[in-house]
Design a protein around this ligand. Structure first.
Ligand SMILES: [Zn+2]
Length: 320
């Protein structure tokens, strides 16, 4: 054995002795307890993480369940409407009015926009009116083209427009559908935290209906509503879906638009491009536009949008 080996052995021995002394001290001074505590804390953190993960999974499952229910309801609806396929939709109605209770469940609610016969049908819709300048211009253009459209009028727009009575009566008398966009258009009231407050929505719609009855007579009633911001923008749709069904109301979104909801106008050429892109090759289109004085390029370009749709073979109809 060399001197070097001897030295190494001694160092190793000293280290082992120190290690033993350390362990005795740790156990004696409760250090071991500390280590045990640390280990159990680690275990707790891990299991808590699991818990959070499980909560997240539970929420996800709950959401999925709600979605499933919604789909179930929509499946049920599909089943109920099986007897009337898209081919038959327009045969029972008069020359320009279609039955909303057939059209929407067959098309928008299923996101199905193609017909067996590929007949092209356009439902033009104008939201947020009546307006001081735009409404009469829109009505003039529609009249010149013999087109009936659907106006989702808003209670607050009616109240702040001294010509509202006259404009609404003109819409009505010229055969357009006056549908319900509610009273307030107030997202935080209707959808606190992005979740639909069903009662608030129904009250808001009823408030607008009362105003409309005051102008158009007590017989006026529309079973078509459009949620401000659209139906699919909000959570809690299942409860609303059930309520609307109970009340015999139909919510109507859109599948084509000229993009005039976007704050600033990019010109009627841009609006035309938006329309071309969103119409695509669909046979049935629900076109979203706005009847407000700040959307000048909707009015300015309306005849061109109509020309484009006519060139694609679209027939213009309305829903009731
Ligand atoms: Zn709106």
């Amino acid at each position: 054995m060399t001197m070097k080996d001897k030295t190494l052995k001694i160092i190793l021995f000293i280290l082992i002795v120190f290690l033993i002394i350390d362990m005795v001290l740790i156990i004696k001074l409760g250090g071991f307890k500390y280590i045990t505590k640390k280990v159990s804390e680690m275990k707790y953190t891990i299991s808590n993480k699991d818990k959070h993960y499980n909560d997240f999974e539970d929420n996800k499952a709950l959401n999925n369940k709600t979605e499933d229910k919604l789909i179930d309801n929509e499946e049920k609806l599909k089943e109920e409407n099986k007897s009337s396929n898209i081919k038959e939709i327009n045969t029972a109605s008069n020359n320009y009015i279609d039955d909303v209770s057939k059209v929407l469940p067959e098309t928008l609610y299923q996101w199905k926009f193609y017909r067996e016969d590929h007949k092209k049908i356009a439902y033009l819709t104008f939201d947020d009116g009546p307006s001081r300048e735009a409404t009469s211009k829109i009505l003039d253009i529609l009249a010149a083209n013999n087109i009936k459209a659907t106006f989702f009028v808003l209670g607050t727009s009616i109240e702040r427009n001294e010509k509202a009575d006259e404009l609404l009566k003109r819409m009505y008398n010229e055969g357009h559908t006056i549908a319900n966009h509610g009273y307030s258009h107030n997202y935080s009231l209707l959808y606190p935290n992005g979740i639909i407050d069903v009662q608030a929505v129904i009250e808001d719609m009823n408030k607008n209906t009362s105003i409309l009855k005051g102008i158009l007579g007590n017989d006026f009633y529309s079973r078509i509503i459009r949620l401000p911001g659209g139906y699919y923008s909000w959570k809690g749709r299942e409860e609303l879906y059930i309520k609307l069904k109970e009340l015999g109301l139909y919510q109507m979104d859109w599948n084509a638009l000229n993009g005039d909801a976007d704050g600033k106008s990019h010109g009627k050429e841009q609006f035309m491009n938006n329309l071309i892109n969103t119409v695509g090759d669909k046979d049935i289109i629900f076109v979203l536009m706005h009847d407000t004085d700040d959307k000048k390029d909707t009015v300015n370009g309306l005849q061109e949008y109509i020309n484009f749709l006519k060139s694609k073979g679209f027939e213009f109809r309305t829903l009731k």
